[in-house]
Design a protein around this ligand. Structure first.
Ligand code: SAH
Length: 348
């Protein structure tokens, strides 16, 4: 039997089309059905003459967990080799839906606060595996009459450690004949790989970038993020300013609030100083505790609120985030680690 061609494999699909003399319109229809309308596999393939030669998914739904409190759903997806990754659907009451995707299995960055970082790195995800997360979530959401509005690369992995596949997935995401997703509704979050951030801003100036800053003190940042030794705060400052000039858009600054580490009045003052002259939007994130780092604690709510007020009083755009999906192990990578240890008996 001939091998199935992945639905994201442009040249493979084109060869198949020629071999079987399929009408180009039929290929277009299949792509529209799947990537724009998110029809089920059965419905989309029923209209395609070479359905038995096409593989729609490179990932398989392994387990789904819905939050009992808010609109978060965690999807555990299995690769062909049986490894698990996570995608998270965040439904906001207003109807807007965000999908958080993974770019790697595990992560080499080894940040102290991050469950994925504690796994180490297994491998990069292929572009098709990144895109399949959107397809699977889109098909699921269609049954709820919802669609993915924002795609954020905030799942497992460091996107800029998988730069080529990341860019390939971005091309397909925004390509008119595939997902045709607006680049302004895509966000890449990074630990701060400065040179890659600039390459990305040049190639995809409309895609948003987020820098996981977490501290503006070099020593504190190094304790939390080992890679901070390589990409120092001074270089990151210059990088953000250059990206502002390249894209004309603000850079998102992510700041995890950790008690006694980065949440004092002095920390707020130094952060205000650090972002001066930049166009940024600061997101203050509550810490989701992880078992592997019992020495880290999230800042309490009054401290987070006071920190946010200090920034706002200086005219810095600041959002105080509340965590969604606490009960479904919201810190990325937590659920994968848990499921690997205790696989569910019922696969949904
Ligand atoms: N490697 C990329 C993207 C994945 S992490 C990055 O570092 O940005 C996505 C975001 O989740 C980052 O801002 C990261 O700092 C944050 N994060 C990681 N572990 C967390 C935890 N336990 N609680 C809250 N946020 C966490």
């Amino acid at each position: 039997m001939s091998r199935r061609i992945g639905v994201f494999d442009r040249s493979g699909i084109e060869s198949l089309r020629k071999e079987l003399r399929i009408d180009p319109h039929s290929v277009r229809q299949l792509r529209n059905d799947l990537f724009k309308h998110f029809l089920s596999d059965e419905d989309a393939l029923s209209r395609f003459s070479a359905a038995d030669r096409v593989a729609v998914h490179s990932l398989e739904m392994y387990h789904r967990r819905d939050s009992m409190f808010d609109g978060a759903t965690k999807l555990l997806l299995k690769t062909a080799a049986g490894m698990l990754i996570e995608s998270v659907i965040l439904r906001v009451a207003s109807g807007r839906t965000t999908l958080c995707v993974s770019s790697q299995i595990g992560c080499a960055a080894a940040c102290d606060f991050c469950a994925t970082g504690k796994m180490g790195i297994a491998r990069n995800l292929a572009a098709a595996e990144i895109l399949d997360q959107l397809l699977i979530a889109g098909q699921l959401l269609r049954t709820e009459k919802r669609s993915v509005r924002n795609v954020v690369f905030m799942g497992m992995g460091e996107p800029f450690h998988n730069e080529e596949n990341l860019y390939q997935s971005l091309e397909s995401l925004i390509s008119q004949d595939l997902f045709h997703h607006s680049p302004t509704k895509v966000l890449i979050s990074t630990v701060g790989i400065a040179d890659a951030m600039i390459r990305c801003a040049k190639r995809f100036p409309k895609v948003n970038l987020a820098l996981s800053l977490h501290s503006v003190r070099q020593d504190v940042r190094e304790q939390l993020i080992p890679l901070a030794r390589l990409y120092r705060l001074k270089q990151l400052r210059e990088t953000v300013i250059e990206i502002n000039a390249l894209t004309g858009s603000p850079v998102m600054i992510e700041y995890l609030m950790l008690a006694g580490r980065n949440d004092s009045e002095t920390d707020a003052r130094e952060l205000i100083e650090w972002v001066s002259g930049m166009s940024v939007h600061v997101n203050l994130i509550p810490y989701n505790p992880i078992d592997e780092s019992p020495h880290l604690h999230g800042s309490d709510r009054p401290t987070r609120e006071a920190f946010a007020s200090r920034l706002k009083n200086e005219g810095i755009k600041t959002t105080l985030r509340y965590s969604l999906g606490h009960d479904i192990a919201a810190a990325c990578g937590q659920l994968v680690r848990h499921e690997n240890r205790h696989p569910p008996t019922v696969i949904q």
